[in-house]
Design a protein around this ligand. Sequence first.
Ligand code: CAA
Length: 693
Amino acid sequence: MPVSLERDGEVALIVIDHPPVNALSREVRTALVTTLDEALQDASVRAIVLASAGPSFCAGADIREFEASPRPPHLTDIIQRLEDSTKPVVAALQGSVLGGGCELAAGCHYRVAASDVRIGMPEVNLGILPGAGGTQRLPRLIGFDAALGLMLEGKPRRIGDASVQGFADRVVDGDLRAAARGLAAELVEAGSIPRRTGSLPPPEWTPEIFERHSKEARKRRGEPAPEKIVAAVRRAIDMPFADAVAYARADFLALRDTVEATALRYAFFAERQAPKPGPEVPLGTPRPLAGAAVIGAGTMGQGIAIAMLDAGLAVTLVETAEAALARAEERIAAHYEESVAKGRIAATALPSIISRLRTGSTLDVVRDADVVIEAVFEDIAVKREVFAQLDAIAKPGALLATNTSYLDVAEIACFTRRPHDVIGLHFFSPANVMRLLEIVRTDASSPDALATGVALARKLRKVGIVCKGRDGFVGNRMLVQRTRECLFMLEEGASPRDIDAAFTDFGFAMGPLAVSDLAGLDIGWRNSNLRRQLRELGRDCDLLDRVVDMGRLGQKTRAGWYRYDEGSRKPVPDPVVEALLIEHSRARGIERRAVPATEIIERCLFGMVNEAARIVEEGVVSRPSDVDAVWLTGYGFPRHRGGPLFYADRVGLAQVLERIEAFRERFGNAYWSPAPLLERLVVEGRGLTSDTK
Ligand code: CAA
């Protein structure tokens, strides 16, 4: 039984036990109703404790059920029944208390929480709103401002956080159930009548609170849920409780069926499935992961070291240039000082973090490392030297990883006599922030080495996606298609702003050219694949080279595709670039024209989709949704669009193919020949992601 009932004197203990996260599936809801009725009808029971087995109280609704029509008993009704109970109900909260789980707790009369509890309303991340009374009960417990913050950010907060004060009546460190039982017994003893959250008056409010949150909600363009959340919470002011709950439930049901919510659910499962490669990639036993070494103390090396330190690992950072090493140490220290200043970590935690960082200027210091990650200059000769040395120095069984973006990992592995221990670990900059980690396997990589890479990704709390291949693996291989089309459209008549606006209107936080300016144009320029590809295509588009030659490297030189005012990150269109584009087009006899936003999106995204279909067909990833997980976690693809392949399916693969064929007519066969998988799926009337969940 997923829910059990025990009696302890006058107190009934109802326990939800539904691994892994006590999601409120229909089975759980049905059993909750049965046990609750039993406790309510039993005259010997005078108070109820609602608790859970496992690490978490409850992660909310069972998201998998959202694909089908809702089936009773509905959570809204169960919570109401709980709240209407004439016997006091005390929730015993531990671990994660999320979404419907948080609404369930809010419907109890009292809450006792373990001090590690994290409460959150992540519905917005799934494109819905709290539909089981949370929009009305949460504000009554923690105030409008805090409740709106929780619901709109969708991020859990620690129970000790000032913003969620009022949610728990007691926070305890010891035996949680005993504490909850103790409170229940006190209530019985005192003859207390239940304190119903729904009967509490709405908290104080000012119009400013709602205006501020509405403004934030409107910023999430293309997502209907945030504004609905603000409107639903506001009803607490001027609508009877039961009516406001009913309206919220109706909104929840309508939102649940939107394309955006479907995409967000798909994204949720795509990210969780991605680290589990299919049967074609056997994973062995992960090796120990206590000590790590990072070779190369540039921006990437520093970011990887910070990610490792954040995960509790001991890290040795190696850099042969002493000045660069000293600079890296300073930057890492400054990063942590800033984290303390911003309240992200406690000042008391700092010494222990910094004490785990060691540095060295020769490779000898990696001798004891369990995992060594090379993040040196992207040049095969440099990699050869590093890996040949590593082979001689690293301890047997150490995982040897390269952070290369485009080079062939199999070739790098052969610079050692232990290619089975070599994999790619492709981090994305800033490596301590970006959630994606491409775990690149070669034919020689051993199952244990791969399992260690997967375990490391999990330890770093990243989405680790096992892939193979060359030429940029998954993400960068597709990115090349987008960059190529951007350059071609710039010479055909689009301005940087036209291209970026099409992308931000689509839902990206930044357009591709503004992103290039942020990353540094010299980074893209060094990408030999793109330059080689353009040459091979016979289209002599040297725009990027010319911009770089002008010393315009992006934000760091305050000029790139845009110009930047002193101290500002805001891209401003620059007449110098406009003049360059006009002159470039004239020199090539190209008559500039306005490029419509639809064409910008189609050429960029469908080019990527076409390449992704090849990636899938070649078995670079285990399933199409892995491609979407890469773009969601590493490239800022708008989550409510699900990822490039999910998006292509929504457009309709037949239409995508038709556009690709039209582009082939216009631009030739060199890079617009449709991927065979795409053609096949269209013939079969199937989608790219329809077989995956
Ligand atoms: N429904 C269904 N499955 C869920 C789930 C949920 N709410 N939450 C987690 N799972 C599944 C995951 O898919 C995963 O399954 P697999 O092992 O098969 O891949 C498994 O539970 C473990 O999840 P994680 O890998 O994420 O485990 P974790 O320990 O890293 O994190 C967690 C645990 C913090 C609870 C995290 O899973 C999480 O944030 N879950 C989502 C919570 C959420 O969004 N809740 C709101 C649901 S909507 C709602 O409640 C509104 C309503 O209608 C009442």
